[in-house]
Design a protein around this ligand. Sequence first.
Ligand code: NAP
Length: 271
Amino acid sequence: MSYYASDLLTGRVALITGAGTGLGRRMAERMAGVGARIALVGRRADKLGEVARAIEAAGGAAAAFPADVRDVAQVQAAVDGVVARFGRLDILVNNAAGNFLCPAEKLSPNGWNAVINIVLNGTFFFSRAAFPHLAKDGGSILNILAAYAWLAGPGTVHSASAKAGVLAMTRALAVEWAPHRIRVNAISPGPIHTEGTDKNLWSAAPDLEARIIRQVPLRRLGTADEVADAALFLSSDLARWITGQVLPVDGGHWLGNGVYDWNPARGTAAT
Ligand code: NAP
């Protein structure tokens, strides 16, 4: 289902990293559903092929460009390949990430570097390679954050540091590239079941999901569709006067619930 006009992105080409699974896949499908031609980037060609076939079966256009976002040469080759194939590039979504929980004092330099390289460096490498194409007719970059970019939480120092860097990059590039009519925004998704969260995060404790839900004011997990809707909005002309912003799509998760449990039916506030 889409709330948007079916031709909202007709004529546009969108490159999405980490598009073979989870939120990236759903953003790709949603943008394809309103006319964008989609370039799917990730390391696993089989996953990207699956998504390309699903998009084409639904009447859209998509092609896979396998690449590791950490590798500058592969990033450049992917962007060149997209422009050779589709003739232009209008939208970049930097969504690829790697994550795992680890106490800071036990985090190896390799573990630190892996996450910084994928999230922080990968976002910059793709933004830089996409720049000349986005600057031609004006374009959009959308970065995918997480609330630990500005909140603290044990076990996430590598991801928090990387995402905080991407938050700063979002604002810096929004200002620097505004004269080129490139908008740069970010979404901070709340907790959503995906391959990444199921395997690397939520298996940490059996009651973790229930505890997470209790921290969400809207009292449920999100869905990939909800992130895809916001991504489509920010990447389209509907958001043409919006740049340098972060939109949390998280049921209020980052705000928390406060310390009072106010129940109007009871008429009391209790801690
Ligand atoms: P996911 O299913 O694990 O997706 C991550 C994607 O990134 C995978 O498709 C993976 O594909 C790709 N990737 C990883 N390393 C890569 C590399 N070096 N080069 C190219 N691609 C790479 O996780 P997700 O939950 O959908 O996460 C998507 C984004 O949302 C991430 O930025 C994440 O931090 C953010 N986020 C998610 C949640 C949530 O609850 N789901 C909450 C907050 C933020 P390959 O392995 O094939 O390369």
